[in-house]
Design a protein around this ligand. Structure first.
Ligand code: GLA
Length: 417
C-alpha cells in the first residue's frame, strides 16, 4: 500500500499525464511580472498569513499513505521536545489519506486512521502548534480518497470547525473535469483550474477562519503569475520531490528566475523538505536546506521525527540558516553565476546583508580554481565581511579571489555585509 501510494506521490496519477511535465518550473525569464489587479485588493481585505515562508512538518514525504492520528500526535510532541517548534516549525500538516466517506448531509468524515479530527486539532493546538490538512478540487485526491468537488464550502467549514489552520489543495483528479469540460483546449482547461482554486479560496474566506492556502498543481500555467489572485499563500512550482540528491537539486536549481514572484504572503514552493529522509548525506542535507533558505521556500520538514538523528536535527534547526529563509525582507534569492557543477546564489537580507551560497553539485570536491566569488553581482562594490554559516565562523574580509573548498554535493553558505 505504502509503495503504491509513494509511487503515486512521486509520479502523480497515471491518468494524470501532465503532472510533472519537465518536473521543474520553466525559467520565468520574459514572464509577465505585473501582479494581478486582484492581488492588492485581496491582500488589503484578507488577514495576513504567511508573512514569512510557512514552516512546519508534513506527513507525506515519510509516512505517505500510512499516516495515523498517533503519528501526528507523536510528531507534535517531538516538534516541541526537539526544539523544532521553537525554531519556527509550527504547522503540523496531515497530507493525503485521512479522508473517509461523507455522512448523510454530505459532511466529510475522517477515516479510521483518524478517529476524531477535532480532538486531534485540540491536541496539536495545546502544544502551541497549528494543524494543516489536505484535499483536492477533484472528486478524488491523488491517492484516490474522497475530495472536495461540489462540497467546497461544506469542506472549508468542516475544516474551520475542526480548527484547521492550513489547507494544501492538490489538483489531482480535477484534471479529468478539465479535460471533460474543455477537451483539447488547454487555455480553457487552465481557466477551469484557476476557477477551482478561487472557489476554495472564497470558501475559506467565508468561514472567517484564517488558513494558509497552499496551491499544489505542480507549477502548471506559470502559477507564480496568478497564485496570489486566487488567494494562494504558496504554490508548488514543480512536480514531486523525492529523497535523493538528483531530484532535490534538479528542482532547486530549476527555481532560477522565479524570485520576482515571491513576496510576504505569497511564496514559491519547490516542495517539502526531504532532509533526514532516504540516504541523503550531511553535505546533501545541508545543500538542500541552504538552497531552500536562499529560495525563501516554505520549510516544511518531511522526516520521521521519532528517528531524527542529532545531525539531521542540526541541519533542520540551524538558526542562522532559518533566519536567512525567514528574513523580514521576504526576498527570494537567485542564481548569479554558474560554471558546470559550481553555482553561486545570492539572497538579499535585511540590513543590507546578503546570503551567498556556493554550491558544488558535482561528483568531486571543488577548490573553486579560477572561479570568482562574483561579489559585484551579489551587490558588493567595496569591501565585504563574511560569516561562514555552516562552519559557524567569522571570516573577516573576503574578495572575489577568496577560495573555498566545497565538498562533493556540498555548499559553503556565507552571510556577507
Ligand atoms: C501529490 C502531491 C504530493 C502529495 C501526494 C498525495 O503527488 O504533489 O505532495 O500530496 O499527491 O497523494
Amino acid at each position: 500500500m505504502r509503495d503504491w501510494l509513494r509511487m503515486l506521490g512521486a509520479g502523480c496519477l497515471g491518468f494524470f499525464v501532465m503532472c510533472g511535465v519537465g518536473g521543474v518550473a520553466q525559467s520565468a525569464a520574459g514572464a509577465k511580472a505585473a501582479p494581478h489587479k486582484a492581488v492588492a485588493k485581496a491582500a488589503a481585505k484578507e488577514p495576513m498569513v504567511a508573512a514569512t515562508p510557512p514552516m512546519g512538518w508534513n506527513s507525506w514525504n515519510f509516512f505517505a499513505g500510512k499516516v495515523t492520528d498517533k503519528d501526528i500526535r507523536d510528531t507534535a510532541d517531538l516538534l516541541v521536545s526537539t526544539g523544532m517548534r521553537d525554531a519556527g516549525y509550527v504547522y503540523v500538516n496531515i497530507d493525503d489519506t485521512w479522508e473517509g466517506d461523507r455522512d448523510a448531509q454530505g459532511r466529510i468524515q475522517s477515516n479510521s486512521k483518524f478517529p476524531d479530527m477535532k480532538a486531534l486539532a485540540d491536541y496539536v493546538h495545546s502544544k502551541g502548534l497549528k494543524l494543516g490538512i489536505y484535499s483536492s478540487p477533484g472528486a478524488k485526491t491523488c491517492a484516490r480518497f474522497e475530495a472536495s468537488l461540489g462540497h467546497e464550502e461544506q469542506d472549508a467549514q468542516t475544516y474551520a470547525d475542526w480548527g484547521v489552520d492550513y489547507l494544501k489543495y492538490d489538483l489531482c483528479s480535477y484534471r479529468t473535469v478539465m479535460t471533460a469540460q474543455a477537451p483539447d483546449d488547454i487555455p480553457a482547461q487552465y481557466k477551469l483550474m484557476r476557477e477551482a482554486y478561487e472557489k476554495m479560496h472564497q470558501a475559506i474566506l467565508k468561514t472567517g477562519r484564517p488558513m494558509v492556502y497552499s496551491l499544489c498543481q505542480y507549477g502548471w500555467d506559470s502559477v507564480w503569475e496568478w497564485g496570489p489572485s486566487v488567494g494562494g499563500n504558496l504554490w508548488r512550482t514543480t512536480g514531486d520531490i523525492s529523497a535523493n540528491f538528483d531530484r532535490m537539486s534538479v528542482i532547486g536549481r530549476g527555481q532560477a528566475g522565479l524570485a520576482k514572484f515571491a513576496a510576504p504572503g505569497h511564496w514559491n514552493d519547490p516542495d517539502m523538505l526531504e532532509v533526514g529522509n532516504g540516504k541523503l548525506t550531511l553535505d546533501e542535507n545541508r545543500t538542500h536546506m541552504t538552497l531552500w533558505a536562499i529560495l525563501a521556500a516554505p520549510l516544511i520538514a518531511g522526516n520521521n521525527l521519532t528517528q531524527m538523528t542529532p545531525e539531521v536535527g542540526g541541519v533542520l534547526m540551524n538558526k542562522d540558516v532559518i533566519a536567512i529563509d525567514q528574513d523580514v525582507l521576504g526576498r527570494q534569492g537567485d542564481r548569479i553565476f554558474a560554471q558546470g557543477p559550481v553555482e553561486i546564489w545570492a539572497k538579499p537580507l535585511s540590513g543590507g546583508r546578503k546570503a551567498l551560497a556556493i554550491f558544488n553539485f558535482g561528483e568531486t570536491a571543488s577548490e573553486m580554481r579560477r572561479i570568482s566569488l562574483h561579489l559585484k553581482e551579489a551587490g558588493f562594490l567595496g569591501h565585504a565581511i563574511a560569516h561562514d554559516v555552516w562552519a559557524a565562523k567569522d571570516l573577516g574580509p573576503i574578495s572575489d579571489d577568496t577560495k573555498f573548498s566545497v565538498p562533493r554535493h556540498g555548499v559553503v553558505l556565507l552571510v556577507v555585509r
